[in-house]
Every structure is written in structure tokens, then in C-alpha cells.
Design a protein around this ligand. Structure first.
Ligand code: GLN
Length: 185
């Protein structure tokens, strides 16, 4: 669990409920100790800044390109994206999507909605969007797993799963479980 900034504790709780052992990744060398990585929501600018300052970027990009499974949520998606339409900021550029940051408006415009995600079951998923990015374009190798209002909100590219809302803020563990299946595969 990347623990530089953001709501990583909630993800850790979800993982513990699923019986997964966790390690908070705060240094580049911690990456050698994990089988998979979650990049939480928070502030992508802050996470990118810390990573750059600690010299973590290269190691992360290398491990992810080598196939380390990664689950990114909200700000995590911005951090991983190859292209950001409206901000110049540090990014890892490993996920072939274009995002627009804060596309749904400010904090007060945060919202909850139900999203159909057939890949995890037929009950709609309660999705919490908090100053979320909008995925405005996906590359050829990117599979869209769920849409909201025509926008991709859950996508997958190789071993990267990216979600623009916050599955760690609900008790519904289906998306975390889906990621664990990806890791096992
Ligand atoms: N607006 C934040 C960003 O772009 C993301 C917000 C969040 O993770 N809930 O970094």
C-alpha cells in the first residue's frame, strides 16, 4: 500500500478484511517486498512531488512496466496516467489513458451514484466520487470495465486496475477482490 499521502488506511482495512497481509510503502526499497501495489486517492500533485523528491519515480515505473500489479484509485489514476489535459505535474505515465483532473467540479460537487459493473456481479456498485478525474480517452490496450454517464470509471490495462471513484470508502469489497484475482492470475 503506497502510504505517502491520501486515504491509504481505508484501503489497508479493506485488504485486512480480505485476509491480505499489507505493508505501507514509503521508500523505494519497500517495493522489493510486495507482490502488488495500491495507489490511493488523495492529492496526485502531492504524491508526485514526494515521489520525485525521494527519487522513487524510476523504481516505480520500472517495477510497474515489469508487471507489478497495481490498483490505482482517484488521485492514483492521475498519478499513473500518461496524459493529463489540464495540469502540468509529476506523473508516472504508465497507464495509457488521458485524464482531466477535478473534472466533476470542486469538493462540494462530490457525489455518490450506482454503477453497473458486470465483471464483479449483477448488483450495482455504490460509487463515491470526490473531486474525481474524468478519463476522457483510453488507449488501445485499455479495457473499460465500467462506465458512468458514458465515461470510463473503472479500467484495466495489463496488470493495472484504475478506478476514478473510491471503493475503499464503502463496505463493498468486490473491486478489491477483483484486483486480488488479477494479482493471483
Ligand atoms: N483531485 C485529486 C487529484 O487530482 C483527486 C481527489 C481524490 O483522490 N479524491 O489529485
Amino acid at each position: 500500500m503506497l502510504g505517502l499521502q491520501g486515504d491509504f488506511r481505508e484501503h489497508v482495512e479493506a485488504l485486512h478484511k480480505l485476509g491480505v497481509e499489507t505493508l505501507i510503502v514509503k521508500l523505494p526499497e519497500h517495493l522489493d517486498l510486495v507482490d502488488a501495489l495500491i495507489v490511493p486517492g488523495g492529492e496526485s500533485t502531492t504524491m508526485g512531488y514526494i515521489m520525485k523528491n525521494m527519487g522513487m519515480e524510476e523504481v516505480f515505473v520500472e517495477r510497474i512496466r515489469d508487471g507489478l500489479p497495481v490498483f490505482a484509485t482517484c488521485a492514483g489514476v492521475v498519478l499513473l496516467a500518461k496524459r493529463i489535459t489540464n495540469y502540468e505535474q509529476e506523473k508516472l505515465g504508465v497507464l495509457d489513458v488521458t485524464v482531466e483532473r477535478n473534472a466533476y467540479g470542486r469538493q462540494v460537487e462530490s457525489f455518490e451514484t450506482y454503477v453497473e459493473i458486470p465483471a464483479i456481479g449483477k448488483d450495482p456498485y455504490r460509487a463515491i466520487f470526490i473531486r474525481a478525474p474524468r478519463i476522457v480517452e483510453v488507449g488501445k490496450g485499455v479495457e473499460v470495465i465500467a462506465y458512468h454517464d458514458g465515461d470510463p470509471v473503472l479500467v484495466k490495462e495489463r496488470k493495472i486496475l484504475a478506478c476514478t471513484f473510491h471503493p475503499e470508502l464503502t463496505d463493498d469489497l468486490r473491486i478489491h477482490r477483483y484486483f486480488l484475482e488479477m494479482v493471483k492470475a
